[in-house]
Ligand binder design. Structure first.
Ligand code: MG
Length: 385
């Protein structure tokens, strides 16, 4: 029941490599719709509402959260997948799941947790997303995790070291064989980039950390700024910003569609396997757009992610994660019962690294505000709970 997949190289239920645990096919949905629905009903998905990428959740209600970001990615990925004749439901599914493994406090949290886990196998949000859908969600009677299709799991695992790939069985194979993921995963990957670059500009402007004059240094913004100002010279600032950003997104999406179409025409894949066997991903930007995109990312790194106000926040986030990790690892009795039980279980299997993994799972699952509350409960003498 794949209503939208049209091309011979689209992922379909028929060419799917299936689920880890056999299940009867869904009655009223496609296999990928079932995956999507399981993700939407997961606890990790709900928590995305209170997790952030650049700004901390409590800084304001107007900023993107991981939840709204995932929805924006899904919406871009769906449109592109549909027009390129591949499975838009799978693209949407991967988009909704792609950030499930993120720690609280965005990139700062992930870096801090990775540091903490240095001697215990490290921490990587991509692998954590997979760990959540494969193991950590406890909702179904017959299996741990969500038992998603191979293709959704493949899309979630964007990158992976050779060491980790070897431990992941058939899912890790493509990293060792240097194969590509399906086209739906490739599209979603770029949709993610389009979404966050553009919404970080929007949020950065709203927060007053960057301004329009600075942004006019970069070509992608400047071009659309000139068009909007020439067409609507007296447009109010907020509307002008939205008009510029929506045109930037459109420009990038159009480039992605055109370039990917050219690549598809040249490679002429006849099946999904032909997509996997390509030496490089077929979905991508043109050379000029790659250059403009690099310029945009560079700008955001220099002017937004390293802004002193953002940096103060990330520095604080790092301290919170580090302090929580050290305390829990040192004294698991500080953990709530369920996490304590997990820590004992994993420690029995792999020793101290198992205990550390359970602590990392607990911390990674926290929202920004929950991490702050836990920190206060443990370190602030006045808090007695
Ligand atoms: Mg993302």
């Amino acid at each position: 029941m794949e209503l939208t997949a049209r091309s011979a190289y689209a992922s379909t239920a028929a060419n799917s490599r299936g689920r880890r645990h056999d299940e009867p096919p869904p009655e009223h949905r496609s296999e990928f719709q079932r995956d999507r629905d399981r993700i939407v009903h997961s606890a990790a998905f709900r928590r995305l509402e209170y997790k952030t990428q650049v700004f901390v959740n409590h800084e304001g209600d107007m900023f993107r959260t991981r939840l709204t970001h995932s929805i924006e990615v899904a919406q871009i990925a769906r449109s592109v997948a549909r027009i390129l004749g591949v499975n838009e439901v799978l693209a949407e599914t991967i988009a909704l799941a792609h950030d499930l493994g993120h720690t609280p406090f965005g990139h700062a949290g992930q870096d801090a947790l990775n540091q903490c886990m240095r001697d215990h196998g490290g921490f990587e949000h991509n692998l954590q997303s997979l760990r959540i859908v494969d193991q950590l969600e406890e909702k179904y009677a017959e299996f741990d995790g969500l038992n998603l299709t191979f293709e959704t799991r493949e899309g979630i695992l964007k990158h992976c070291s050779a060491d980790n790939a070897r431990q992941l069985g058939e899912l890790g194979e493509r990293f060792l064989k240097k194969q590509q993921p399906g086209l739906e995963a490739q599209i979603t990957n770029i949709a993610d980039e389009i979404a966050y670059n553009n919404h970080d500009i929007d949020d950065g402007l709203r927060a007053g950390l960057i301004n329009i004059e600075q942004l006019c240094e970069i070509q992608l913004f400047r071009e659309q700024h000139e068009t909007v100002m020439a067409t609507y010279p007296s447009l109010q600032r907020r509307r002008a910003i939205h008009e510029i950003i929506r045109r930037m997104i459109n420009r990038q999406v159009s480039d992605l569609i055109e370039t990917t179409r050219e690549h598809l025409a040249a490679a002429a894949p006849q099946s999904r396997n032909d997509i996997l066997d390509q030496p490089a991903p077929l979905a991508g930007f043109s050379k000029p757009m790659q250059t403009m995109n690099r310029e945009l990312k560079q700008f955001l790194r220099n002017h937004l992610y390293r802004h002193y106000r953002v940096h103060r926040m990330t520095s604080k986030a790092r301290s919170i994660i580090r302090a929580l990790f050290d305390s829990f690892l040192d004294d698991p009795l500080l953990l709530p019962p369920e996490a304590q039980h997990k820590a004992a279980e994993l420690e029995a299997e792999t020793g101290i690294s198992g205990r550390a993994r359970a602590v990392a799972d607990y911390i990674a699952g926290m929202t920004d505000r929950y991490a702050i509350q836990e920190y206060e409960r443990i370190f602030t003498p006045a808090k007695l709970t």
